[in-house]
Write a protein that binds this ligand. Structure first.
Ligand SMILES: Nc1ncnc2c1ncn2[C@@H]1O[C@H](COP(=O)(O)OP(=O)(O)OP(=O)(O)O)[C@@H](O)[C@H]1O
Ligand SMILES: [Mg+2]
Length: 447
């Protein structure tokens, strides 16, 4: 039913059908009463008589917006924006249409432009809708991995896709490893034409191995940060599924997602579990998964350009030799415990935002032989706890000193030695084609 306002305007128009100002008032009233279809017809009608009237065009665009004729509305408003001085409200309608089209950041820009031009047209509802859309966009993307079809009880697994803010400057030492990654991953991505000119195929992955806590995962994440790409960390448990064939499908889904999100660093942690030696595997199910992994890696069936593949393991000797063929993990890099200079750098990185006073990084580095990066972090945590306890008692917080850290280091055992006990045997007795020469030379046993 019409409101009184509409009834009166209708009557007035019947008496003066060619009165354009009256028609415009009627169109505006229709918009206010959300009679968008009639408003559309009315404004179109007026435009026939005066095709350049910006306020009429704006009325029509508003009607389109109300009818969710989003793209038609956008075309019209964008056309209006080309005029030297479009009506300020056009920005507001533009923002609404952009919001409707799901374009959160452009909607925000248009809205901000509108209230900059005229602060009185603030629209709290529109503002919160725009914020909501933008927030949703910022929520981390996830890869959903299916449980078996038809199984409603199966919990859904998801993998978060990260956009790391760390980069190589946050990784202490490891210069040799960083250089390998630059040559094999970062430069090819930045200068594909040069690599192609030399007939060098871009692709394949890098496998990092070494004792726990020495920065493999940290470095992989920093690599993604270095090239400002997405980072997809995949653990074996994310992929494995009891249902026949589902693990392979999960793995394929992850690779496909990475190919869509390129550039992207795909990082396989605990790669040993995924690529366990095929002869070790009694069950053929495991073999299927390895074969799937290898064919995804080969990139023959699929285009892996822009997908950078890193993997890490503590037990490279459990890895199927097929992984090491050219085009797969053809760079296998030993990540040793940090040397003295690297330890000093790691301490400096991890103490950067802590309350400290005249820290002698080199001295602490000298006293922490065989400590991993994780061990050094533990030392810092321990020292901070001490300081906190003291501050609770005295009521006065004191900054960390060299002495505090040395004291904490005495209480912390290095965790890398144990790994070398095992690694030494493999390096000495199953060192095919010099694969573990780096371990031997680290232990001063050869080379
Ligand atoms: N070179 C480094 N520079 C800065 N921080 C480091 C470095 N190495 C290790 N760390 C710190 O130690 C922690 C453990 O490192 P990380 O998880 O990368 O070790 P990892 O080699 O992946 O160990 P694991 O084999 O157990 O998975 C990280 O959170 C990181 O903060
Ligand atoms: Mg790790």
């Amino acid at each position: 039913m019409d409101s009184e306002e509409l009834t009166e305007l209708r009557a007035a128009i019947a008496g003066a059908p060619n009165n354009i100002p009256l028609q415009k008032l009627f169109g505006q009233a229709l918009l206010r009463h959300q009679k968008y279809e009639e408003a559309e017809a009315t404004f179109k009608n007026i435009l026939r008589a005066s095709p350049d009237d910006a306020s009429v065009k704006l009325g029509l665009a508003t009607a389109f917006c109300g009818l969710s004729k989003t793209s038609t509305g956008l075309v019209l408003v964008e056309e209006m924006m080309k005029a030297p001085k479009p009506p300020i409200r056009a920005w507001l309608v533009y923002a609404k249409l952009l919001l409707q089209s799901g374009n959160g950041s452009e909607a925000r820009d248009a809205y901000e432009k509108a209230i900059l031009l005229d602060p009185t047209i603030k629209d709290a509802f529109l503002e919160s809708e725009i914020n909501l859309l933008n927030q949703k966009k910022q929520e981390p993307q996830k890869i959903k991995l299916g449980g078996a079809e038809n199984s409603e009880t199966e919990e859904e697994t998801t993998i978060d896709i990260e956009k790391p803010s760390t980069n190589f400057s946050q990784v202490g030492g490891m210069e040799k490893v960083k250089e390998e990654i630059r040559m094999k991953i970062i430069h090819p991505l930045a200068h594909p034409e040069i690599y192609k000119a030399y007939g060098k195929k871009i692709g394949g992955g890098i496998l990092l191995y070494g004792p726990p806590g020495c920065g493999k995962t940290h470095l992989a994440r920093a690599t993604a940060g270095e090239v400002q790409s997405n980072f997809i960390p995949v653990g074996i448990s994310d992929i494995l599924d009891l249902y026949l064939g589902q693990s392979e499908r999960n793995l394929h889904a992850i690779f496909e997602k990475a190919r869509r999100l390129k550039p992207c660093v795909l990082f396989f942690d605990e790669a040993d579990a995924l690529g366990a030696n095929r002869t070790d595997m009694r069950q053929s199910a495991g073999r299927h998964l390895i074969n799937q992994f290898l064919s995804e890696l080969d990139g023959i069936e699929y285009d892996n350009e822009g997908v950078l593949i890193l993997a890490a393991t503590n037990t490279p000797w459990h890895l199927d030799p097929a992984f090491r063929r050219p085009g797969r993990f053809d760079r296998i890099i030993f990540v040793p415990p940090p040397d003295e200079a690297a330890r000093a750098a790691i301490l400096e990185i991890h103490l950067a935002n802590k309350p400290i006073q005249n820290i002698d990084y080199n001295q602490i580095a000298r006293q922490t032989k065989d400590f991993s990066g994780a061990d050094l972090q533990a030392v810092i945590d321990r020292a901070i706890e001490q300081k906190l306890t003291a501050a609770m008692q005295s009521g006065v917080p004191q900054p960390l000193t060299t002495a505090d850290l040395l004291q904490a280091a005495k209480l912390q055992k290095p965790t890398t030695k144990e790994w070398f006990n095992t690694a030494k045997n493999y390096a000495l007795f199953s060192n095919e084609s010099g694969l573990y020469d780096d371990i031997l030379s680290y232990l001063n046993l050869k080379k």
